[in-house]
Design a protein around this ligand. Sequence first.
Ligand SMILES: [Ca+2]
Ligand SMILES: [Ca+2]
Length: 215
Amino acid sequence: MTLRCVLAVLALVGATLAGQEVTELKVDVVSVPEGCSVKSKHGDMLTMHYTGTLDDGHKFDSSYDRDQPFTFQIGVGQVIKGWDQGLLDMCVGEKRKLTIPSSLGYGERGAGNVIPPHATLHFDVELINIGDSPPTTNVFKEIDADKDNMLSREEVSDYLKKQMVPPDGAEMSDDIKQMLESHDKLVEEIFQHEDKDKNGFISHEEFSGPKHDEL
Ligand SMILES: [Ca+2]
Ligand SMILES: [Ca+2]
């Protein structure tokens, strides 16, 4: 074979390999349990077992090695995009193989010494449990003691005091003592910020904290 021929063959091989570069998330279902009434959906708390490997087969992380499954909320950016997208509609007990392009993984920067830049990630995953999304507290409702949908200075003041009281038997820390001393100032600061039309009440609309029962 002439050198020219060899180069041509190499070029061909190179083109073929480049064509195989992973650019899209690939989800392979390995096994699904027979009974499956509930499937994972956006916002669920998922408990997973997983093993992550690189293209060369090097294992970079595994929950099995720790014997400790991993719990996170799906769809809210707590994990890499490949997980947020690749673990939906999954049954408890189901096993999948995810092939995640770096754009949905750790990107051009990689992660620490473990994940190199532009790395395609391979995950063997098993869904152990689906839990409800964590409850969100409607703080507005908690503060509004008389339920008139307006927060008065008294209501905000009472609420803050309630938050600062240490649990039974615990010593009141210096921090909390100081906060109680500057309590009136704190209430004023909150009203400065929240009572936008300065009518002495914080309306539901004005309130910037959590104020809905669900996300
Ligand atoms: Ca009120
Ligand atoms: Ca107001």
